[in-house]
Ligand binder design. Structure first.
Ligand SMILES: [Fe+2]
Length: 190
């Protein structure tokens, strides 16, 4: 789990200011979850769960050709508690599909990407279903270059909660005609 040799180490944090992104690729008008700054807390760690697969493909989209599943555009930033962007942070995501099933054989709905020089990232994927016993969630490992890996999970507003659900890990979300847009700011030691 946290021993993936190619990953740098990371920690997450969320932030609550307006998204500072200038690029159209990011959800500019969604507020970020927990803000960085003087009172910033690091993004909490959570269990990896039973379904992590290492050595995922690098890609910015998990959407498969022909898929009619509801799209989710997840974007945000990786920053330090002092609000410094974590350039080239590694983010490795995995989640269940629109039916609540994980691909434990291949890499469907699994993959990693790198934040840009401003710590920004963007993932196009499908909106994961709720499966029995869990709140709707997305798993992620985040790692600043050369640092320890942070493993955690992201949750969605308005859903049923479970014992792992934490308010600090809830994304900001907005439903638009073409997709749901979610934003989160990871605050990590970097
Ligand atoms: Fe899960």
């Amino acid at each position: 789990m946290d021993s993936k040799p190619s990953m740098h180490r990371r920690r997450l944090l969320g932030a609550a200011a307006a998204l500072p992104f200038a690029g159209a690729a990011f959800s500019q008008d969604l507020p970020l979850t927990p803000a960085c700054g003087a009172q910033a807390a690091l993004t909490p760690r959570q269990t990896e769960g039973p379904f992590y697969t290492p050595d995922t493909p690098q890609r910015g989209s998990f959407v498969e050709p022909g898929s009619r599943a509801q799209r989710l555009m997840l974007s945000g930033r990786v920053v330090s508690p002092q609000c410094r962007p974590v350039a080239r942070a590694l983010l490795d995501f995995w989640h269940c599909d629109e039916k609540g099933e994980y691909d434990n054989v291949g890499f469907r709905n699994r993959g990693h990407l790198y934040a840009d020089a401003e710590g920004r990232f963007r993932l196009e994927t499908v909106f994961p279903a709720i499966y029995p016993g869990r709140a709707r969630h997305i798993h992620v490992k985040v790692q600043a270059p050369g640092r320890r890996i942070l493993t955690t999970q992201l949750y969605f507003p308005g859903d049923a909660r479970d014992g792992l659900w934490r308010p600090e890990l809830v994304v900001a979300m907005e439903r638009r005609p073409e997709a749901r847009h979610a934003a989160f700011q990871f605050i990590i030691d970097a």
